[in-house]
Design a protein around this ligand. Structure first.
Ligand code: GRF
Length: 220
């Protein structure tokens, strides 16, 4: 059983997807807490309704970003998680904290990394005329949205797409991609090795790809 702490800044739909899979017995994890930097984040209410510890800290209560991060991750550490999942968590985390959780923290990002790290990813994919867009789950390193990618889900960009329609079509795949990635970690099939992501003991040469059946397959 993988003990997990989730960090979210807003709506929490990715968190809710993990929680739902856990509650249906589809995911061998135990979500121990939901932490947020926004006291009004709906993700907190989802956690409370499920009887999961929900903790929000306000950045303005701390001297600087690093002090906030130290406090938030000290709360996370109290739950002794095997894995921290950033699920719609919108803050850049201090490098010292990231290093403390090396190989034990993942993030879901709505682009086919290394394309479009940062914000407004759907808008940028459309503006670039990309035929394909998607989402990535990656280990978190000090480089923003730059850590080794575990798995990706892909969708076509359609002619009339707006950032909102593209985001809406991608979101359900994000949920399945995140659940599949956490499942692989829980089953000890995925680990961050010295040279990158290892899947079943072999170094991945490309991110795993989400299949229609919800499974992950190697590429190439
Ligand atoms: C998602 O698109 C996620 O990829 C990004 O934040 C968005 C909101 O996620 N990081 P959620 O609904 O709060 O999980």
């Amino acid at each position: 059983m993988l003990d997990v702490v989730v960090l979210a800044s807003g709506r929490g739909s990715n968190f809710a997807a993990l929680l739902g899979a856990q509650q249906r017995g589809e995911l061998p994890i135990r979500i121990r807490a939901l932490l947020s930097d926004k006291s009004a984040a709906p993700a907190l209410d989802i956690a409370r309704a499920a009887g999961i510890d929900a903790i929000a800290l306000a950045p303005r209560d701390f001297a600087d970003r690093a002090a906030f991060d130290r406090a938030l991750f000290a709360h996370a550490a109290q739950f002794h998680p095997h894995l921290i999942v950033l699920a719609g968590y919108m803050r850049v985390i201090d490098a010292a904290i990231v290093n403390d959780w090396h190989g034990r923290m993942i993030n879901i990002h709505p682009s086919l990394l290394p394309k479009y790290p940062g914000l407004h990813t759907h808008e940028r994919a459309i503006a670039a005329g990309d035929a394909t867009h998607g989402a990535s789950v990656h280990f978190v390193t000090a480089q923003l949205d730059g850590g080794p990618v575990i798995a990706q889900a892909r969708i076509p960009v359609l002619g009339g797409d707006t950032p909102d329609t593209l985001a809406a079509r991608l979101l359900p795949l994000e949920h399945r991609l995140l659940a599949a990635s956490v499942d692989a970690i829980a089953r000890r099939r995925i680990a961050l090795g010295d040279n990158g992501v290892e899947f079943d003991g072999h170094l991945l040469v490309a991110p795993l790809r989400l299949q229609a059946d919800g499974g992950l397959r190697t590429v190439g």
